[in-house]
Design a protein around this ligand. Sequence first.
Ligand SMILES: *Cc1c(COP(=O)(O)O)cnc(C)c1O
Length: 421
Amino acid sequence: MSLIKKQYLKQTDLEVFECLENEKLRQSDSLEMIASENFVSASVLEATASTLTNKYAEGYPARRYYNGCEYADVVENLALERAKKLLGANFVNVQPHSGSQANMAALFACLEPGDTILGMDLNHGGHLSHGSRVNFSGRYYNVISYGLNAKDHRIDFEQLARLAKEHRPKLIIAGFSAYPRTLDFEKFRQIADNVNAILLADIAHILGLVVCGEHPNPIGIADIITSTTHKTLRGPRGGLIYTNNEGYAKRINSQIFPGIQGGPLMHIIAAKAVAFKEALEPSFHSYISKVKENAVALADGFMKNDLDIVSGGTDNHIVLLDLQKVSLTGKVLADALQDVGITANKNAVPFDPLPPRITSGVRFGSAALSTRGLGKSEFSQIANLVSSLVKNIGDENIAKKIRAEVSTITEAYPMDRFFLL
Ligand SMILES: *Cc1c(COP(=O)(O)O)cnc(C)c1O
C-alpha cells in the first residue's frame, strides 16, 4: 500500500516528490535543534496524510453545517476527550489551525479592539502573538510588555506588578517562546487578581512537560490556556484552547468558528487525537524526562566550555546561548551551524542590542533529538562541537571535522521509523 502511495506522487509531480525526498534526507543527515520542532510518529504522520483532508465539517460534533460528518464527529470527540485528560480540563477546543490562531480566538473571546494587554517582550522570550507590532495582537490592542531581570534573567515580577497597576490591562499573558525557566502561574494569578485582569497562559512550548508533571499545570489557575500541538507534545502542527470557565468556553467556540476559521482541518484533528493518545502513555513520560535531562547536559556542556547561556541554565527543553562575550552574532553562528549539519535558530537575548535579523543569541532545544533517541552523552558532545565552532569560526578544517562528527551521530540514530515510504 504505502509503496504505491509514494509512486503516485513520483509519477505525477516529480518536482514536489523530490523536495519531499530531499527533506527526508535533510532531517536524517542533520541534527535538528530548533526548540519548537519535533519528529512525529509514523502513526501521527499517517493520520495527517489521510482522507479526512477531503472532509468539510464546519461546526462542532453533532452540530455540523454539512452532512457526512459521522466519522469526523467520532474523531473530533476522541481528540476532545483525550485532550481534556492531558491537563485534567473541563473544556477544550481542538480546531485551531495553529498556536497563533488559538491566541487570536482567545483574545477575541475576551477583549474589544483597543483594550490593553500585558505580555512578555519578544526580545525577552515572548511570542509574536503576545503583542508584537507586526502581529494582529499588536495592531488590535494597546500592548504593554514586561521582561526579565538584568541580573538573573528571570521574569521581573516587580516590574510586571508595577506595569499592571499602572496600565490596568484587561488581560495578562503568561507564556514564552524562548525562556529556559519554569513559569510561576500562581504569581501571575496574584498580579492579575490585583488589577482584575484575565490570565491567559500560553504553554505552546511546554505542553509536553506540563502533561508529564515536569512543569506546573496552569489549569485552575489561568482563565484560558492556549497551546500548539507540535512542539514538546509531538503532535501534528496545530493549536488548542482550554478553559474551565463555561462562559469563556462558549465564546472560544464561537470565536474559532465562525469567528476566525471556517472548516476545521479534520485530518489534523485525527492526527491530534493520535498524538494525545501517545502523550497519555507511560513511554511519553520517560521521553519528557529525557528531554529535560538532555537540555541540562547541553547547558552544562556550554558552560564547561566557558560559553554564556541566558539565566545560567535550563528548567525545560530550551537553552539560549548568549554570544555577546565572544563577539559573534546569532546570525553568523546559526548559519555556520547549518553548514556543519546542526540546525538551530538565531534568537534575541534579553536586552539584545542587535536587531531581530541578526541577534546576539542562538536558541537550542532538546525535544526533536530526544525523540530521535540521543542521550546525555551525545548532547554533551554536541555542546563541545558547537563550542569548538564558536571558538574557530571561519576555520574550514575545523568545520570539516565537526561535520564528520555530526555525521557519525546521525548515522548512529537512523530516522527510517519516522518516515512513511
Ligand atoms: C510557537 C508559539 C506560538 C504559535 O504557534 P504557531 O503554530 O507557529 O502559530 C504561540 N505562542 C507561543 C508561546 C509559541 O511558542
